[in-house]
Every structure is written in structure tokens, then in C-alpha cells.
Design a protein around this ligand. Structure first.
Ligand code: ARG
Length: 463
């Protein structure tokens, strides 16, 4: 190729780039979704170059106008993306030079793609976090709304997936609001930490030109600049952290999915998901399958994969920018897209699911859900807890032998195991009774559930 026709960065190299190589190194196919951030970053950079008299006001205007036109072309699908430009940064710069000529060649003054891409990702992530947070709020609201319908209805609380103690359905649902609240806060913290501008760090060492880094940082809404150019171009800690936050959201969603897959079985029959959110079988005509929940459950695996990939990409990289970092975006986008879709789906399912309260309450006398409350009853009669625990254990074993429930025992039978038991024991041995006796803060009773619903309604309305 005629050297004069080559792109500026190709002049150093002899001959033409190999087609296989072009395909292999490009990131344009996926980083084009950063275009808005790239353009906003470039406009801020050009503005600063003009303030510093490194370009003229006229050149600034031409650059701005050109970039805005390019932005419109991309938004309207009129822009021709060509892989030979490697990435979105080069594709836009090349289009700008073609559009406005000489002034366009000055845009990259004092800048490298290394600080440019680091800036773009941070700008993208700030917005992405807000989108994820908005979806989390919607999901929390859906949980609170559903919980409001079941503040009095009792279900078994489980440990080890074995019946443990009675709880109200609302408390079970509200336990997810807490999990997603931590996700919300984690994302907020991630955003605060990442919100510093690497722009002006150049390729690795900064620049000999008098760039005003604080000006670009301010224009782009960063709270500060980064203070070490070598670190600034290679830091992707925030990417690993963001994917970790996504991974925990996916974890929480997978736990919900697992519960509801179990709860929707014929064996449990605790919930019924609307037909519109079920799938059927190609062979078995009776089937109503919870495939959506299964997919939410499995997608957590994909997000963990992204986290592992991101950490492994970062591990043992030599200092400064390395092209390995280009792949950060693949995993960022995958993790975020997956979690976004799963949050939407979970929110939709929540609005289309009912608890079979009758069926749940019919089964409450199975599994000795009231055993702990009975032990605590004995404590109120002066029995040491360890002793009370043993007495109730023996009573349960007796019941199993006689095929009885605790509330079917006569006072005489009770008194064979403890003389302090009186008539009032009946208030402590019915699962539906027990929940209203919970007095501790945050317990799974109706009073606490109502308090929590009031708290969340207020809290979430303010967001
Ligand atoms: N496309 C690259 C990335 O996403 C930016 C290019 C930096 N390349 C370079 N050779 N300095 O990380």
C-alpha cells in the first residue's frame, strides 16, 4: 500500500494488516455500544484543548458539530462500522477527519485510546448502574406489594429445607427486599469509587502538553481525577467489582427462583404462577413448567463466569495498559445484560404469582413447627432452656410414636414430661398462634412484617 494512503497509526508498520489479524484484534463489534460516551468524552477533551489554546475556537466548533453529526448517524443506523478501524474510538475519529478535515486530526492531541477507553467505560458504567438500580427498586416494590397481601398468612420457615418455625408469608417475601437492598447499596458504592476521571493520563505517562485534567473531569461529572497515570490506564478494579455486584444480584435471583421452583411443585403446592409465565411440554400434555425460573437460576452461572473471566484477565498483567484489557467489555456487557433481563423477568413473575394460603395452612400441623415455641413456653415457666429443649425433644418423639401432633396431647400426657405445663400451653402450640407471639425486632411475625412494609413503602417512595 502507498504509505501516504495509510492511516496514521499504520505508517510505522510495513505492508498491509493481515485480514485474519484485523478480525482478531477488533473490538468494534461490541464496543460500538459505547459510542455516546466516546463522543461525550471527546467533546469534553476538545473543549479543554480549546481552553488551553491547543486548538482554536473554530476548530473546537468544527469538532463538536462533526461529533454530534456522527452521533446522530450512529443513533439512526446510518453509520458504516468498518472493522479495519479496530474499535469505536478509531471509527469515530476517522469519520470525524473525513467529515471536517484538518481540525479532526487535532482531536487526539494529548490523548491515547488507553485513557480514552478507561474514561468511556466509567461513563458507561455510571449510567448502567443507575439502570440496574432502577430495576432493583421496581423489584423491591413488587416484593413489598406482594408481601402486603400476606401479612397474616402463615407458612413454614425452613432451615436445611426442613420445617423449622412458623413465619408469615410477608416476612418470607420481605427477606428478599433486604437482599436486594444490599445490592442497591453495593452498586452505589461501586459508582462512587469508579467516579474519577482517567482522561489526560495518555498512554501511560501523561503528556508534555498543558492539559487541564480537572476541566475534563468537571465537564464529565466526575467527582475527581485519578492521580497516577500508570494506574489510571490499567485500573479495571471497578469492572471486577461491578461484575461481582451483578453476580450477587444473580445469586439472590437464583435463590428466589429455586424457592419458587420448589414451591410450585405438586409436592409443595405453595404457589401458583400465572399460565402466561409457564411453559409446557412437547410430549406431556399436563405439564406447567417453571422454565423461566430455571433460566433465572442458571443464568447466575453465566455471570459468575464473567466474574472469573474478568479477574483472570487482570491477574498478573504487567503494569500499564495491555490489550488483554480490551476483553473487559465482553464480560461487563454480558454480566450486566444478563442481570438486567433476569431482574425484569423476576419482577414480572412476582406480579403474576399467588400463594395457595389454604393449602399451606392445611399442612401447618406437619413437622412440629411449634416445638421451639413450646420450649420457650417452658422457659417462661422457669425451666432452663437446655432442659426445656430436651423435654420438647422427648415430647416430639412421643408424638411421633403415637402418631399425634403436639396440640393433640392431653394435659396429662404433657405433665408426664413436665409438671409445669398448664392449660395455657395451647396458646404456644399452634403454628398460626405462634407467629403472633414473636416479640423480637425483625422477627417473622405479622406485627414485624407490617412494620417492615411501612418502612419499605416510605423508603422506596423516596427513591
Ligand atoms: N480497543 C481497546 C480497548 O478496548 C483500546 C485500544 C487501546 N489499544 C492500544 N493498542 N493501545 O481496550
Amino acid at each position: 500500500m502507498d504509505n501516504a494512503k495509510k492511516k496514521s497509526w499504520e505508517k510505522r508498520l510495513a505492508g498491509e494488516p493481515d485480514a485474519l489479524m484485523v478480525d482478531f484484534v477488533e473490538s468494534l463489534s461490541y464496543d460500538k455500544r459505547l459510542y455516546k460516551y466516546d463522543i461525550v468524552g471527546s467533546i469534553a477533551h476538545a473543549q479543554m484543548l480549546a481552553e488551553q489554546k491547543l486548538i482554536t475556537k473554530e476548530e473546537l466548533k468544527a469538532i463538536k458539530d462533526g461529533l454530534i453529526e456522527i452521533s446522530q448517524e450512529i443513533a439512526e443506523g446510518r453509520f458504516k462500522f468498518q472493522k479495519k478501524y479496530e474499535d469505536i474510538h478509531m471509527a469515530i475519529e476517522d469519520a470525524l477527519i473525513k467529515k471536517i478535515g484538518e481540525a479532526g486530526k487535532k482531536l487526539h492531541t494529548g490523548r491515547s485510546r488507553n485513557d480514552q477507553v478507561a474514561t468511556d467505560i466509567r461513563l458507561w458504567m455510571r449510567d448502567e448502574i443507575e439502570i440496574l438500580q432502577a430495576k432493583i427498586i421496581l423489584l423491591q416494590k413488587a416484593f413489598v406489594k406482594l408481601a402486603g397481601k400476606y401479612t397474616k398468612d402463615v407458612m413454614p420457615g425452613y432451615t436445611h429445607l426442613q420445617r423449622a418455625q412458623p413465619i408469615v408469608i410477608a416476612s418470607y417475601l420481605l427477606s428478599f427486599v433486604e437482599q436486594f437492598e444490599r445490592d442497591f447499596i453495593r452498586l452505589k458504592n461501586c459508582k462512587d469509587l469508579l467516579n474519577v476521571s482517567p482522561l489526560g493520563s495518555g498512554a501511560v505517562a501523561g503528556s508534555t502538553l498543558p492539559l487541564d485534567r480537572k476541566s475534563t473531569a468537571k465537564q464529565l461529572g466526575f467527582r475527581d481525577i485519578s492521580y497516577n497515570s500508570i494506574d489510571a490506564v490499567s485500573d479495571r478494579d471497578f469492572c471486577a467489582e461491578f461484575i461481582f455486584d451483578c453476580a450477587l444480584i444473580a445469586t439472590h435471583l437464583s435463590r428466589l427462583a429455586e424457592d419458587w421452583i420448589i414451591y410450585s411443585t405438586s409436592e409443595f403446592g405453595f404457589i401458583r404462577i400465572d399460565d402466561s409465565y409457564c411453559t409446557s411440554s412437547s410430549m406431556m400434555p399436563q405439564k406447567r413448567n417453571p422454565d423461566i425460573l430455571e433460566l433465572i437460576r442458571s443464568k447466575a452461572g453465566g455471570v459468575y463466569g464473567s466474574l472469573m473471566a474478568m479477574l483472570t484477565i487482570l491477574k498478573a498483567q504487567p503494569s500499564g495498559y495491555n490489550r488483554d484489557l480490551q476483553e473487559d467489555k465482553i464480560h461487563l456487557f454480558t454480566a450486566s445484560d444478563t442481570v438486567r433481563a433476569s431482574l425484569d423477568m423476576a419482577c414480572a413473575i412476582l406480579g403474576h404469582t399467588k400463594f395457595n394460603t389454604e393449602r399451606i395452612s392445611d399442612g401447618l400441623d406437619e413437622g412440629f413447627l411449634d416445638a421451639t415455641a413450646l420450649a420457650e413456653y417452658l422457659v417462661t415457666k422457669g425451666v432452663a432452656f437446655r432442659e426445656a429443649h430436651g423435654i420438647v425433644g422427648s415430647l416430639v418423639a412421643y408424638c411421633e410414636k403415637k402418631n399425634k401432633k403436639l396440640d393433640e396431647l392431653s394435659l396429662d400426657e404433657f405433665n408426664k414430661y413436665s409438671s409445669v405445663i398448664e392449660e395455657d400451653v395451647c396458646e404456644s402450640i399452634d403454628a398460626a398462634e405462634v407467629v403472633s407471639k414473636y416479640v423480637t425486632e425483625g422477627a417473622a411475625g405479622p406485627r414485624q412484617a407490617k412494620e417492615q412494609i411501612a418502612y419499605w413503602n416510605k423508603q422506596l417512595a423516596e427513591r
